[in-house]
Design a protein around this ligand. Structure first.
Ligand code: MG
Length: 359
């Protein structure tokens, strides 16, 4: 394969509209704050990826961090394994959680995208796999069963065979009402997951989960604070439904810590926190060793490549945070999503990027 050398790295912030707001027990995401990365190489290939900032407040600091890192990356070769190790060594004292971890993971994705584009192949092929249609679930925020009925039915009409909703309402009875109403509406053959977004203390989580257990849930996600691994392990022992977590694991070592604590039955790392594609590769081995089903968290484009080579591949979370600025729109076919190439299949719709530029 052609060697690629970094010439420059551009970071642009956008805030794009969402078709559907994502209301959670820990705050509402009403729009999509993104940082778009363009890693330009001397050879003419551009590696692209994006960061999801969660809130527009992070956009300027993220762009600034990337601008500060750029001088030390210019002239280096595109070698994802070297990038993560170098950044973690260089910033050992600062630590690589948080914004720096997001930038490192995002650059890793852009590097893989560049390698794929140079080879004119999808990243999944570089990883030894082939693109395939992955089972996806449509990911909702907190729903109102009557107001959102049309939308939920549209998801089923679109072919989804799995739906995730957020719970953790102020009144615990509302959790049960909503889960029951959605289960009634979608019927017994559609998988249903629920997500508490870390909103409960362990004892409260046990009480609440027991009340929604009868509705045949594929998983209950992050019932307690993500860093409370002992609490999650205690909840897991006390309930009869699989506990899902992973979106807040920073790099593979966090995954190892959670697995050692027996904190979950299922895992769903986030490619922007786990160390990009490279971090994912380490983590998917841990899932394989424990026969633990592995799903993804947002980042549908990159996750579709990584999940397709994951031995315990379970579900792809479908939440289209970048669709508004992508040249090629994301598409669900028969309830599934397939990786696109070359690279990660990420190109910008420059007119949309201009329109949604963050100020
Ligand atoms: Mg979640």
């Amino acid at each position: 394969m052609e060697q690629l050398t970094i010439r420059s790295i551009a970071a642009r912030a956008v805030v794009t509209p969402l078709e559907r707001q994502v209301r959670t027990a820990s705050g509402t995401i009403g729009e999509s704050p993104l940082v778009l990365l363009d890693v330009q190489t001397d050879e003419g290939i551009v590696g692209r990826a994006y960061l999801f900032g969660y809130t527009p407040m992070t956009l300027k600091p993220l762009v600034c961090l990337i601008e500060q890192l750029e001088p030390e990356l210019i002239g280096k070769r595109i070698v994802p394994q070297d990038l993560l190790r170098a950044l973690q060594d260089r910033y050992r004292l600062l630590g690589s959680q948080g914004l720096l971890g997001m930038v490192a993971s995002g650059l890793d994705m852009a590097y893989w995208d560049a390698l794929g584009k140079a080879a004119d192949a999808p990243v999944v092929s570089l990883l030894g796999g082939a693109p395939k249609r992955l089972r996806a679930y449509d990911s909702y925020g907190m729903v109102d069963p009557s107001e959102d009925e049309k939308s939920l039915r549209a998801s089923l009409d679109q072919g989804f065979k799995a739906i995730k909703i957020k719970v953790g309402f102020a009144d615990a009875k509302k959790d049960v009402e909503v889960v029951r109403a959605v289960r009634d509406m979608i019927g017994p053959d559609i998988a249903l997951m629920v997500d508490y977004n870390q909103s409960l203390a362990p004892n409260e989580a046990i009480r609440r989960i027991r009340t929604i257990e009868p509705y045949d849930l594929t998983w209950v996600e992050e019932p307690v604070a993500a860093e409370d691994l002992q609490g999650a392990a205690r909840v897991r022992q006390a309930v009869n439904v699989d506990i899902q977590m992973g979106e807040n694991w920073w790099f593979p070592r966090d995954a190892e810590r959670a697995l050692s604590a027996n904190a979950c039955d299922l895992m769903m790392p986030d490619v922007m926190k786990i160390g990009g594609i490279t971090g994912w590769l380490s983590t998917m081995g841990m899932a394989q060793m424990r026969s633990m089903p592995m799903s993804s968290h947002i980042f549908v484009e990159a996750s579709a490549h990584a999940l397709a080579v994951s031995p315990t591949c379970h579900y792809l979370e479908y939440l289209d945070f970048a669709g508004a600025i992508l040249a090629q729109k994301n598409e669900i076919v028969d309830g599934g999503f397939e990786a696109r190439g070359p690279g990660l299949g990420i190109e910008w719709d420059e007119a949309a990027v201009k329109r949604y530029a963050a100020r």
